[in-house]
Design a protein around this ligand. Structure first.
Ligand code: 5AD
Ligand code: SF4
Length: 485
């Protein structure tokens, strides 16, 4: 637990009204919730357990660390099995329809557990809750859910939970948008040695297939001083690697009172002593500047990995997707990046079956994959999201055609990825050790600067350390290595 937050919480007098200012207001509600949790826990004769379940992207993973941090301050013990928890919170994603279906499925199962365990609380938050039709459905058919909030007011978690403890009714608090950024909330990191750091929220790009701008709101950047301060605190607490997070990090700083580019921010982060590795995601190709390429090239800390979603290789489809670059512009950008950093690892996101996609368009995508030679690619079948412009487009591609293209794309992506991966065989590179190997406890698992996974003989004392490892044999997408003394 954070000592400074603890001290501030100690000083709060619950007989007074809740302060109006953040984050003090949330500290007040954390203290209030502590009392409720303590009462229930005394009745049950055991500590209360909470499970945070995360769907979706790195942004959600980071938000979940904040939820877990608040839960821990309130007095819950972390629990990984939902069925055993007294409080379950789902941090949801809605980028593709199947994510929504999974949440409904799991809620159905939890309802059965809750019937046997009436004091159990169920909370829902995240992107899916920003869709009005979802909340309508929950209100009608999922009455057993206790609290619902969205992406804009996640910082109010303790306040919403306190309201639920006091009212015994379903509490719903969803905001349409916000320009507010609340700093200094508790947060519980999943890893002691690496951490995500939000640098901006929201997205202004409105790619025509994407629901993110509707559920995460308008783009807003965090103040660089707050970002640096957070990273300095993390480093003092043992963090060696940070992942700077934003939907489009390349447009960082545009909304600040004193605008600052992403490349300039990186230069500042680089100066932080004790920080060893810097990663970031996601980069939008239309905004990736030559200044950024230069900063990456000369940096000692920025990892040799760039996630550069192409989405499609067809200029026609890219136009309909509102991506604002052509196939040629994308390839020329990749060329500039590879010329500056020949050892860079490039990864991407690709959508197959966007409305109107022809076989010729799909061939363009395959062509880009063959030219760029990605180290890995996330491939997605287009999913129709209500409210986005693409959902209303004609010529939706039949399912069997999409499936066939998807299979062909996946095969090509995997073949190239394996070839690219094998290039490093015999080299010695630095690995940040992340965990014990899940299958074999004589091995540890870590990542190279280029994000490839490596397993090698080691012990748990190595977790969080940077170790030089000789890459002995490539197993397709990962390496088996050996530490060099
Ligand atoms: N259908 C399929 N994939 C999508 N993505 C975003 N919206 C959709 C959609 N409607 C993919 C994009 C994005 C990644 C995070 O998810 O490739 O980069
Ligand atoms: Fe969605 Fe495009 Fe914004 Fe990425 S850049 S979150 S794909 S709208």
């Amino acid at each position: 637990m954070n000592k400074e937050i603890e001290r501030l919480i100690d000083e709060i007098d619950l007989l007074q009204a809740a302060p109006a200012e953040e984050p003090m207001r949330q500290y007040y509600f954390i203290k209030k919730c502590r009392q409720y949790v303590k009462e229930i826990s005394e009745k049950l004769g055991r500590p209360l357990r909470a499970a945070t379940v995360t769907f979706g992207c790195q942004m959600n993973a980071r938000d979940s660390e904040k939820l877990t941090g608040i839960l821990e301050e309130i007095g819950y013990v972390e629990e990984s099995v939902e069925e055993k928890a007294d409080f379950v919170i789902y941090n949801t994603c809605t980028v593709r329809e199947n994510a929504n279906q999974r949440v409904y499925g799991r809620l159905g199962q939890l309802n059965r557990v809750k019937r046997k365990n009436p004091h159990m609380l169920i909370g829902l938050c995240g992107c899916m809750m920003q869709e009005p039709h979802v909340v309508e459905k929950l209100k009608k058919s999922y009455r057993f859910v206790d609290l619902i909030f969205g992406t804009h007011n996640i910082y109010k978690f303790a306040e919403i939970l306190a309201t639920r403890f006091e009212s015994e009714r379903m509490v719903i608090d969803i905001w349409k948008d916000t320009d507010k950024i609340v700093e200094d909330l508790p947060s519980e990191r999943k890893y002691s040695f690496k951490s995500g750091v939000n640098i901006m929220f929201g997205c202004n790009n409105f790619c025509s297939y994407c629901i993110v701008p509707y559920v995460r709101g308008r783009e807003r950047s965090r103040n660089p001083r707050d970002i640096i301060r957070e990273i300095e605190t993390l480093v003092a607490d043992g963090v060696k690697e940070v992942m700077l997070l934003g939907q489009n990090v390349n447009s960082y700083g545009k909304t600040l009172e004193e605008p600052m580019s992403f490349a300039e921010l990186l230069r500042e982060v680089e100066k932080i002593e004790g920080l060893e590795r810097i990663r970031f995601m996601t980069s939008h190709p239309k905004d990736l500047s030559d200044e950024l390429i230069e900063v990456m090239k000369t940096s000692r800390k920025i990892c040799r990995h760039l996630h550069l979603p192409v989405q499609s290789g067809s200029t026609d489809i890219l136009k309909k997707m509102n991506r604002r670059y052509t196939k040629e512009q994308y390839l020329s950008l990749v060329d500039r990046i590879k010329t500056a950093m020949p050892d860079i690892s490039l990864t991407t996101d690709i959508i197959v079956g966007f409305p109107g996609e022809t076989e010729a368009d799909f061939q363009e995508t395959l062509d880009v994959v063959q030219k760029v030679r990605y180290d890995s690619a996330f491939t997605f079948i287009y999913s129709k999201r209500t409210g986005t412009p693409a959902a209303a487009m004609e010529n939706q591609v039949p399912q069997e055609v999409v499936k066939d293209r998807f299979d062909r794309l996946l095969k090509e992506v995997q073949k190239i990825a394996a070839e690219e991966c094998s290039k490093h065989e015999g080299t010695t590179q630095t690995v940040l050790v992340e965990q014990m190997n899940e299958q074999d406890d004589t091995l540890v698992t870590g990542r190279l600067s280029n994000n490839l996974l490596v397993h090698f003989p080691g012990t748990k004392e190595m977790i969080g350390q940077l170790v030089d490892v000789k890459l002995i044999s490539c197993k397709g997408f990962y390496y088996i290595g050996e530490a060099v003394k």
